[in-house]
Design a protein around this ligand. Structure first.
Ligand code: ADP
Ligand code: MG
Length: 396
């Protein structure tokens, strides 16, 4: 297979320079399809590719080339489902656009209007990234004007609709300038999205990247059958057995995240919890600690974690079988990225063990049934670790 590099893609040298600084050499599949097309065309575009495949850069790179930096009105709007995702997208636009002089603003709910209104008025951003609710609020209050947009991007569209934003998103699509190019990126294509496409995306160009990495060889997938009442102990052993863990523990409910978080903390682990019940500040705080690696374990629900881009995870642990197969794929896709090895462990109740079969069918791959590390193995590990520490001191 011939390897296309970013250099082959006629990208603005200002952006190419950042890609080089970031050590991005070859585009991912969706980038390889989307970037050349979008650099060349103003047609509507729909890109489907699973989580972790680089969709953000796939639209950010062409987006930057479609802006006129001499002009200061909103030329582009990006909608994302959550505040965290919106902020992440804004960061990426700022990062890739750092030599272009692009001006951006992020608009999201759960915080005062004032700062955002001031930013719109004084900064005069060319690109606005936001969550649907706050964006339409600001449109209705007449602080955000979309009559001169060239491009509108719906990121993580499936999740936006899942979260009940269909009407809000439609409102924005109806609000942007008439010839605005519409882009949609989504991991899945549920019916609700198809109807939105039919309504608003006239004759779009569609790209679908098949889920190849479902059977990602870099992810070591195992499951453990455990009685529900022993789940916590099982989790604790898996964590103890992975001294260098940097991972996410996925729970099924908010209550469970708290419970599991408390348990791990009680056992001396540094843990952050992330769930929808927490206030924005608290969530930001948790996320930051995890992203910067101050805390090595994040316990969360699917919704809280969707799209959160944290690299280099060593482990994804499913505390109980995920609610559906697609969710399993999204979760484990957070490890084993970009050629690194990762582990995906699933703790499953003895009564739900059949659910694993269904996951295996979905990903077309067998998941290995494994045994939990025994206390003796864990002790040996602990001793080894201590010896290692001693050796280092000795060598130093
Ligand atoms: P998605 O939106 O598809 O879930 P992201 O845009 O969040 O994926 O990208 C996932 C990760 O891959 C990010 O950490 C990003 O920096 C990284 N990435 C994206 N494109 C490339 C590339 N061409 N080479 C290396 N890493 C990349
Ligand atoms: Mg994304």
């Amino acid at each position: 297979m011939s390897k296309i590099t970013f250099k082959d893609l006629k990208i603005d040298p200002n952006v190419l320079k950042v890609l080089q600084e970031m050590k991005f050499e070859t585009p991912t599949e969706i980038q390889e399809k989307a970037i050349p097309y979008l650099l060349d065309s103003n047609k509507h575009f729909i890109g489907q590719a699973q989580t972790g495949t680089g969709k953000t850069a796939a639209f950010t790179i062409p987006l930057l080339e479609k802006l006129d930096f001499e002009v200061s009105h909103v030329q582009a709007i990006v909608l994302a489902p959550t505040r965290e995702l919106a902020m992440q997208v804004e960061e990426e636009i700022k990062k890739l656009g750092k030599y272009t002089g692009v001006k951006t603003t992020c608009l999201y709910g759960g915080t005062a209007y004032e700062g955002q209104i001031t930013a719109l008025k004084t900064k005069k951003p060319q690109v606005v990234v936001g969550t649907p609710g706050r964006v339409i609020d600001l449109i209705k209050k007449k602080f955000l004007k979309l009559e001169k947009t060239n491009i509108c991007i719906l990121d993580e569209a499936d999740e936006m609709l899942n979260m009940g934003f269909a009407e809000d998103v439609q409102f924005v699509l109806d609000e942007v300038a008439k010839d605005t190019q519409l882009l949609m990126f989504s991991a899945t294509m549920p019916h609700s999205i198809k109807s939105m496409i039919q309504r608003s995306f006239d004759d779009p160009f569609m790209v679908k990247i098949e889920k190849k990495s479902l059977s990602n060889e870099d992810i070591d997938q195992k499951y453990f059958i455990v009685r529900e009442k022993h789940f916590k102990e099982a989790l604790a052993r898996l964590v103890d057995n992975a001294p260098n863990i940097y991972g996410i523990v996925f729970c099924r409910t908010k209550l469970e995240t708290k419970d599991v978080g408390d348990e791990l903390k009680g056992r001396g682990h540094l843990v952050e919890v992330l769930n929808g019940d927490m206030g924005q500040l608290e969530r930001d705080h948790s996320m930051k600690k995890f992203k910067t690696g101050k805390v090595k374990i994040l316990v969360c629900t699917d919704v809280a974690a969707r799209g959160i881009d944290v690299n280099n995870l060593t482990h994804v642990i499913n505390y109980g079988l995920p609610r559906d197969n697609e969710s399993y794929v999204h979760r484990i896709g957070r490890t084993g990225r970009a050629g690194m090895k990762g582990s995906a462990f699933t703790i499953v109740g003895s009564r739900n063990a059949n659910g694993i079969r269904s996951v295996e069918k979905h990903i077309n791959k067998k998941i290995e049934l494994a045994k939990l590390p025994t206390i003796i193995e864990l002790k040996t590990k602990l001793v080894e670790k201590e010896l290692e520490g001693a050796q280092q001191i000795y060598e130093a």
